[in-house]
Design a protein around this ligand. Sequence first.
Ligand code: 5GP
Ligand code: ZN
Length: 131
Amino acid sequence: MGAICGESSPGQATIAPVADCLFCKIVAGDVPADKVAESDRIIAFRDINPQAPTHVLIIPKDHYPDLAALAGSDGALLTEIAVEAGRVADAEGVADNGYRVVFNTGPEAGQTVFHVHAHVLGGRRLEWPPG
Ligand code: 5GP
Ligand code: ZN
């Protein structure tokens, strides 16, 4: 988990950005992203390499490396991400047919960006088990 920086204020990101973290750079506005939703604490944006007609990433503005780190530190923030996943699915028109929410965790599971993110995938039939 990153260091606490500056004064904390309710509802605002309080953990220092991590150097060389791509998603911290998106939060800072240093890397552009096609945002579909934003709150004080999270951003949802389209994946640059979509794996389905709907492929949106939801991240906390604070840097946590993975799902377990986030869940152990801020359950309310994890809930906000889960609620946003449902909103994205509604907005994209995939909620009725079904969609998948994925947190790849660790290299063998395909995690390549170590700033926790939920993938929201839908708009086509998704195979199970995953590859
Ligand atoms: P992971 O592999 O860590 O589960 O997911 C990282 C995701 O970030 C990948 O699906 C990848 O396509 C996406 N990604 C990588 N670089 C960028 C970028 O610069 N912008 C956006 N919007 N998505 C990115
Ligand atoms: Zn980060």
